[in-house]
Design a protein around this ligand. Structure first.
Ligand SMILES: Nc1ncnc2c1ncn2[C@@H]1O[C@H](COP(=O)(O)OP(=O)(O)OP(=O)(O)O)[C@@H](O)[C@H]1O
Length: 330
């Protein structure tokens, strides 16, 4: 469905060059849900805008939904749906009219656009809102209306730019369910960007991790996490000025990788979290270092990112994963 080679985009800003995307190769098969995960400014939106013909690449080639991106941008546009970060609804128009107009833009008859729009309203839990103005809808409803607009012309491939940013946990879980439903019921291919780790983990068949304009890893969420191996030990010192001493103790644990110190917190990967904890507690006692928390856990996608880039996605200003809603769809 998508095949891109060496896709790059450089911007010029105040006589300076910004290398937003530096040469992305990617392949997305029909029916896949693929997530593009990375911190703010990594190049996700720029890549998406190139793949959807909204931005001309500085270099590279791509075939999207069977059409050449550069030679046949109109063909690409006809075959895809695109839901931008900000959405595209007019606050004063009626929701149903928006969807029908969008379908007509793609050459559908009014009757077909109405029929398809009504079906989408049912599928996306928007029943009863056909005559409502978007400005009088909740954030979740407006986001689902954006998605209805992106789907009314029945594209086989849909691009979603940060589909759940700003939604509450329940609305996010609902949207994940709808995205899964698209693939299950229609075989739609979905390419989405996100900086939510839990979203990438729960929703995507495959994840591409992007950092500073380049893809740094790809695989299923489980495959990426198993690359990290071992357990992650996090120890929080009672006093931040003793974090250095604490880090030296952690570094001496059998098989420990060099620890990272974040204020009063020391984080390190160890082969076996359980036995490392027992040994560490003994050594802390002997050294008289107080701690307020010790934790050992399996690696997360954030640890994958940390291992690849030396930085945490959570600490890059990206919002941390929201707590799992009750009755979350996994
Ligand atoms: N039109 C533009 N002119 C100049 N620089 C730009 C432009 N668009 C994007 N950039 C820069 O390119 C880089 C990548 O931006 P991009 O929006 O693709 O990142 P992103 O991963 O989508 O981030 P976010 O999660 O915040 O949306 C950033 O440094 C950004 O400031």
């Amino acid at each position: 469905m998508i095949e891109a080679r060496g896709l790059a985009r450089t911007f010029r800003r105040r006589k300076q060059e910004v290398h937003a995307v530096t040469g992305v190769d990617l392949d997305v098969a029909a029916g896949e849900i693929v997530g593009f995960l990375g911190p703010n400014g990594a190049g996700k939106t720029t890549t998406l805008r190139m793949l959807t013909t909204l931005l001309t690449p500085t270099a590279g080639t791509a075939t999207v939904a069977g059409c050449d991106l550069l030679a046949d941008p109109v063909g690409v546009r006809r075959r895809i749906g695109y839901v931008s970060q900000s959405g595209s609804t007019q606050p004063e128009a009626l929701a149903g009219e928006e969807v029908v107009d969008h379908g007509r833009l793609y050459g559908m008859s009014t009757a077909d656009a109405v029929a398809r729009g009504r079906r989408l309203f049912t599928e996306l839990d928007l029943e009863g809102l056909w005559e409502r103005k978007p400005k009088a809808m909740s954030g979740g409803q407006r986001r689902r209306l954006d998605i209805a607009m992106g789907l009314v012309h029945e594209p086989g491939l849909v691009f979603l730019d940060e589909p759940t940013t700003g939604l509450d946990p329940q609305a996010r879980a609902n949207l994940w369910e709808h995205v899964r439903g698209l693939r299950e019921e229609r075989g739609t291919t979905v390419f989405l960007t996100t900086h939510y780790l839990d979203e990438a983990d729960a929703l995507c068949d495959r994840i591409l991790v992007i950092d500073r304009g380049a893809i740094v890893a790809e695989g299923t969420p489980d495959a990426l996490k198993s690359r990290v191996g071992g357990d992650v030990l996090t120890v929080t010192a009672a006093r931040a000025d003793r974090a250095g001493e604490l880090a030296r103790l952690v570094a001496g644990l059998p098989g420990a990788e060099p620890p990272q110190v974040h204020g009063d917190r020391v984080v390190a990967r160890v082969p076996h979290g359980g036995s490392a904890l027992v040994q560490l507690v003994r050594e802390l006692d002997a050294a008289g270092i107080g701690v307020v928390g010790v934790e050992s856990r399996r690696p997360s996608l954030d640890d994958v990112f940390l291992g690849l880039t030396g930085r945490s996605l959570r600490e890059e200003g990206a919002p941390a994963a929201l707590p799992e809603p009750e009755g979350a769809l996994q």
